[in-house]
Design a protein around this ligand. Structure first.
Ligand code: NAD
Ligand code: ZN
Length: 394
């Protein structure tokens, strides 16, 4: 035998903090985290990358960060902040990636340093990717500022940017150093962005936690009306379910299964073909609706449970359908999403469907005719006032 066997594993561990007013001087959370990892003789730098919309809604943030880290014994703040456009454009246009990498170069940010991303899921995905590929990996701290990034994207291990219009075509799996979910940032979020972040909570409840789904139904109106207590609970429970899944299964997605991408095969394609005018969370809501009704049509999910899902999405204010989700032929561009979904991961096409609320199961092919039928049912459901007691029909 002429080979050398290599085996090792690396332990990853990080905390997601739930807080408010992260950069007020009274809040010592960030400082304490830096202190807890401080090593004598090493002065780490800290570079901030901020979502432009955050700088508009929180014009004093830069100053607060300067004050917070002034004379900090554990880090040396890079005074210039890197500002990148908020929203999907941050992942679509290469210049934003280059801006961050250039700042890493210019300010001598090394692997002992930190890059802190402050923003929505798009800016965090971009910042995480830039951090991961610079010097083969700079420590990333995420400060998530949208419902979606606090309950899903910000707490996980994935980052990435889009390439040739394809979602997350370039990206890596790298756990963050830490995550801060500061509720105060959410207060300036538009209603549309607010609501769209709730779809990931519905998604994870549907595949993992029936009790959480019941809770979401009971609090649907509070969540849509931005009730603080209900939203905080939702974000924390959703983040916990995502993190449990990542740790307990296949964090770097070596297998063919991507359960947390329930409803996403059509969603990613819809985002792309609408030039990202449909938000990720909105597209996910439509994708969830499609795969839920499809589950009913193949006989795995009861009509009552199917109607509960549709009603919850509607009550929250999430869309069920869109002109590009009006599927009438196998040539409709959404269907290319199935192939691209498979291509992204490789291996066998694996799509999650529902057996019941809280329990998913995987299939390896979908019937195009039934998908089209599901899309027509959802077009009708979108128009009708409420689904609860109405039968599903075309
Ligand atoms: N990495 C992952 O595991 C993962 C998981 C799910 C989604 N995602 C990605 O996340 C992205 C969507 O993230 P998102 O829903 O947070 O949207 P987003 O980052 O695109 O932000 C939506 C809009 O809100 C603005 N914004 C951000 N914070 C704000 C605040 N506090 N007040 C006012 N405006 C604010 C942004 O500038 C942007 O215009 C998509 O690219 C999606 O693919 C990644
Ligand atoms: Zn998603």
């Amino acid at each position: 035998m002429n080979y050398i066997q290599q085996d090792f594993s690396v332990q990853f561990s990080y905390k997601v903090f739930f807080t408010e007013f992260l950069f007020s001087l009274e809040n010592r959370l960030f400082n304490d985290l830096l202190e807890s990892v401080h090593e004598e003789g090493i002065m780490r730098k800290i570079l901030f990358v901020i979502d432009e919309n955050i700088t508009i809604h929180f014009p004093k943030l830069g100053e607060q960060i300067d004050t917070y880290f002034k004379d900090n014994p554990y880090v040396k703040l890079v005074p210039e902040k890197v500002i990148v456009a908020g929203g999907e454009i941050a992942k679509n246009e290469e210049r934003f990636l280059t801006t961050i990498i250039d700042a890493v170069n210019e300010h001598g940010i090394d692997r002992h340093s930190y890059i802190v991303g402050i923003g929505g899921g798009s800016v965090l995905d971009l910042t995480g990717y830039a951090a991961a590929i610079s010097h083969r990996g700079i420590k990333l701290i995420r400060v998530a500022t949208t419902v979606l990034s606090q309950d899903d994207s910000g707490v996980g291990v994935k980052n990435g940017v889009n390439y040739k219009g394809k979602k997350n075509f370039l990206g890596t799996f790298v756990p963050p150093f830490a995550v801060f979910n500061d509720y105060h940032f959410l207060t300036t979020l538009s209603d549309r962005d607010w609501v769209s972040g709730i779809s990931e909570a519905i998604k994870v409840a549907l595949i993992k936690d029936a009790a959480f789904f019941d809770w979401l139904e009971q609090h649907a109106e509070q969540l849509a009306n931005r009730d603080k207590e209900a939203t905080q609970y939702m974000i924390k429970r959703c983040a916990e379910l995502h993190m449990d899944h990542i740790a307990g299964g296949d964090p770097f997605e070596f297998g063919s299964s991507r359960p947390l991408d329930f409803g996403h095969w059509s969603a990613h394609k819809l985002e792309q073909i609408t030039d990202f005018k449909v938000l990720h969370g909105e597209a996910v809501a439509m994708g969830i609706a499609l795969d839920t009704v499809y589950s009913n049509l193949v006989g795995s999910l009861s009509e009552t449970e199917t109607n509960r899902v549709i009603t919850l999405l509607k009550t929250i204010g999430l869309p069920l359908s869109h002109e590009y989700m009006n599927l009438t032929s196998a040539d409709d561009p959404i269907f290319a999403g199935l192939r691209e979904f498979q291509e992204h991961l490789g291996g066998r096409l694996t799509i999650m469907l529902l057996k019941s609320i809280g329990t998913g199961y995987e299939v390896h092919e979908l019937d195009a005719q039934l998908i089209m039928k599901a899309s027509q049912i959802l077009r009708n459901a979108q128009e009708s006032p409420n689904q609860q007691k109405q039968p599903l029909s075309c």
